[in-house]
Write a protein that binds this ligand. Structure first.
Ligand SMILES: Cc1cc2nc3c(=O)[nH]c(=O)nc-3n(C[C@H](O)[C@H](O)[C@H](O)COP(=O)(O)OP(=O)(O)OC[C@H]3O[C@@H](n4cnc5c(N)ncnc54)[C@H](O)[C@@H]3O)c2cc1C
Length: 410
């Protein structure tokens, strides 16, 4: 009996467990998946909780209940990976060997690693929304905001769901307008990027949208420290911004056991071949999802597209065949913009987001780089798709490659 070991039972790990359990004979392959708790969070829902648009109970499930029969779950957490001996060590001290390894440990926020961020005012005048605790806390903080400056800040890149901070600013505008508080609140979007987004066309269009909504963009601001007493954020370049409420997207890191590991960078993001998803310098070791250094968005949709390519490549590795360089960086992200509307971006390593229709050329129903109600309903339907189809490794009517049909130049 050989062992296929998956580290991380989040989006990517769970969908790979489903796909591979259905394909590998249980008499020949044991599939073991390791996580550190039994709490699977639907992370896109964290954006909506502060505005009372999602309830925590809808966005949380037991990991165990999401896994298929015939997959063993260990919740001890991994503390070390020895790629020479091909084994991992858990927090309980157990050594677990593998024949094939899939790394899917994602990324986590580390607010404590920015000077002052979790000091005075954390939880009262400053919070993240990238954790369930932070998101639930922000609901009360936002309800109590009577006026002043609401600053939405990305500490540094990379972050998961790079548009979530923008969405927060847009939803805050709509939310405060709806209950008559907007006139007294200045919304400021402070980002390390030189504009609203990484890619030029989307950045211009999103910048214009923010301007129309009277959300001021402060670009090129890399967060150095927070002064919670004075309610100020400071950049490495010496700039500062005052806040009454700080909504922070803190620094992101890979899993603790990967930080500084030879297969990863200092922040713990695993070096992979961005087309095959093989871990560089390793045999029959793969990685997907937020925990890699692939230059695409860290998004659940990306984990899904990567999952299709990785499924083939794991089976090929087991048969002794070389991996196919089939992943093109395909990402798509809905951008919730408030008032029951959303935008959609579709791009890959080579092609930036372009206007047009998706997924059916000329028909849609989704509109690319343009707000529409149908996009909003697409974003809201994603939770059902996530729990019932995506996590279960089911086929979705979307090509894992980005297609140019239906797109036009901007
Ligand atoms: C606010 C917010 C909004 C988002 N909105 C969207 C959206 O609209 N659309 C979209 O596509 N994506 C969105 N995302 C991103 C999406 O949730 C992630 O990209 C996706 O979950 C990545 O999957 P993953 O499996 O790589 O990581 P995760 O799902 O985070 O799973 C990683 C797992 O590894 C486990 N782990 C970590 N360290 C260890 C260890 N040492 N031992 C064992 N296990 C470990 C963790 O506990 C976790 O379960 C959003 C994210 C956030 C935070």
């Amino acid at each position: 009996m050989r062992t296929l070991l998956i580290l991380g039972a989040g989006t990517a790990g769970t969908l790979m467990a489903h796909k591979l359990r259905a394909a590998l004979a249980p008499t020949a392959w044991r599939i073991l998946i390791i996580d550190q708790d039994d709490d699977h969070i639907y992370q896109p829902g964290l954006l909506f909780i502060p505005f009372g648009l999602d309830r925590a109970a809808d966005d949380r499930r037991s990991r165990r209940a999401l896994l298929p029969e015939g997959v063993e779950l260990n919740l001890d957490g991994v503390v070390a990976l020895d790629t020479d001996k091909r084994q991992v060590r858990t927090r309980a001290g157990e050594l677990l060997p593998y024949d094939v390894l899939i790394l899917a440990t994602g990324t986590q926020v580390e607010p404590g690693l920015t000077e002052g961020l979790t000091g005075e005012g954390w939880g009262q005048t400053a919070s993240d929304f990238y954790t369930m605790a932070g998101s639930e806390r922000l609901r009360g903080m936002l309800a109590g905001l009577r006026g002043g400056r609401l600053v939405v800040n990305i500490a540094e890149l990379p972050i998961k769901c790079p548009v979530a901070a923008l969405e927060f600013a847009l939803l805050a505008d709509a939310h405060l307008r709806a209950d008559g508080r907007r006139a007294g609140v200045e919304i400021v979007y402070v980002t390390p990027l030189s504009g609203a987004f990484t890619k030029p066309v989307a950045s211009r269009l999103l910048g214009e949208l923010l301007e129309r909504r009277q959300i001021r963009v402060v670009p090129d601001f890399s967060l150095a420290k927070v002064d919670g007493q004075r309610r100020q954020i400071h950049s490495w370049g010496g700039a500062k911004e005052d806040y009454d409420l700080l909504v922070s997207v803190p620094l992101h890191y890979g899993a603790g056991f990967l930080r500084g590991h030879p297969i990863a960078d200092d922040a713990g993001f695993v070096h992979i071949d961005k087309h095959t998803l093989e871990v560089k310098g390793q045999e029959r070791v793969f990685a997907l999802g937020d925990g890699t250094d692939a230059p695409t968005s860290k998004a659940g949709a990306v984990a899904h597209f990567q999952g299709e390519v990785l499924f083939e490549n794991v089976l090929r590795a087991i048969e002794g065949l070389p991996a196919l360089p089939a992943f093109d960086g395909h990402a798509n992200c809905f951008i919730e913009s408030g008032d029951g509307k959303a935008m959609l971006l579709d791009f890959n390593y080579e092609t930036e987001p372009l206007p047009g229709r998706f997924p059916l050329p000329g028909i849609g129903p989704f509109t690319l780089l343009e707000e529409s109600e149908v996009n909003h309903w697409g974003k809201r339907a994603f939770r059902w798709i996530y729990w019932n189809l995506l996590l279960r490794g089911k086929e979705l009517p979307l090509d894992h490659r980005m297609l140019m049909a239906g797109k036009r130049s901007a």
